[in-house]
Design a protein around this ligand. Structure first.
Ligand code: DC
Length: 242
């Protein structure tokens, strides 16, 4: 797939714009966010990578992932920095580039577990609000349109049927040729459902669409169709602001 550089963008937005993209795992948020960032000349910030980096630190420290106090004190001794680039963000944990260590199943599961705790979320939300404060960003996650930037200019809630999302994740894992043993698609779909359940049912900032989010269900759509639909949503919002 080819994507345009910012100079080819059909709309040149103010640098202040904030685009929030939320949705469950495997819905295609990162691909869409990356594309919108390039197309509209914005910075792309992946908040899931921040939860993943913190989960990696908790795992390395041997902390219980089900106990808030230890995680809260760990957070006070942690710095997480995102460096937006052409592809995925580079993620620095206490100054160490951990980008390549964040996508295995252990960290994926741990990120979902540590993210249920209000103290961890409050800390993350502050970091994310600081990162996006100047605007000019596409920020993707689970609670961007509801909690981090409830006044975002554009909110998209991206979804797809669990089987479709699971199969996409399975194919990505193959493409990444990870060092982990090859998984069966059913196993990937089951884990994704478990993670969905935890993300949607946690008491603090559960995954849900903001009341004013545009819903985009990519089940049955090609990637190209989803990209065009997302572009159109942003363009229409910008036109209505002008
Ligand atoms: O988007 P991701 O799969 O990289 O996110 C990893 C985990 O982090 C996910 O299970 C839920 C959590 N998360 C969150 O609670 N809030 C966010 N804004 C982003 C991610």
């Amino acid at each position: 797939m080819t994507v345009e550089s910012p100079s080819q963008a059909s709309v040149i937005p103010s640098r202040k714009i904030i685009v929030a993209i939320d949705g469950p795992a495997g819905a295609g948020k990162s691909t869409i966010a990356r594309h919108l960032a390039r197309h509209f000349g914005l910075l792309n910030l992946e908040t899931g990578a921040m939860y993943r980096a913190f989960a990696l630190k908790a795992l390395r420290a041997g902390l219980s992932l089900d106990e808030s106090a230890g995680l809260e004190s760990l957070s006070a001794k942690t710095t997480i920095h995102l460096a937006p680039g052409e592809g995925e963000n580079r993620v620095f944990l206490d100054g160490e580039d951990v980008t390549r260590q964040l996508r295995n199943s252990e960290v994926t599961d741990a990120a979902s577990r540590v993210s249920v705790f209000p103290a961890v979320r409050a800390w993350m939300v502050c970091l994310q609000q600081e990162l996006g404060a100047k605007g000019g960003v596409v920020m993707e996650g689970r609670d961007i349109g509801t909690v981090v930037f409830p006044n975002a200019d554009v909110k998209i809630f991206l979804d797809a049927a669990p089987e479709v999302r699971g199969m996409r994740r399975f194919e990505q894992m193959g493409a990444r040729s990870s060092t982990e043993p090859m998984r069966q698609p059913e196993e990937v779909i089951r884990e994704l459902r478990e993670r969905d359940q935890r993300d949607r049912s946690r008491a603090d900032s559960p995954l849900r669409a903001a009341a004013d989010a545009m819903l985009l269900d990519s089940t049955g759509m090609t990637l190209e169709e989803v990209l065009r639909a997302a572009e159109k949503i942003v363009e229409e919002k910008l036109a209505s602001r002008a």
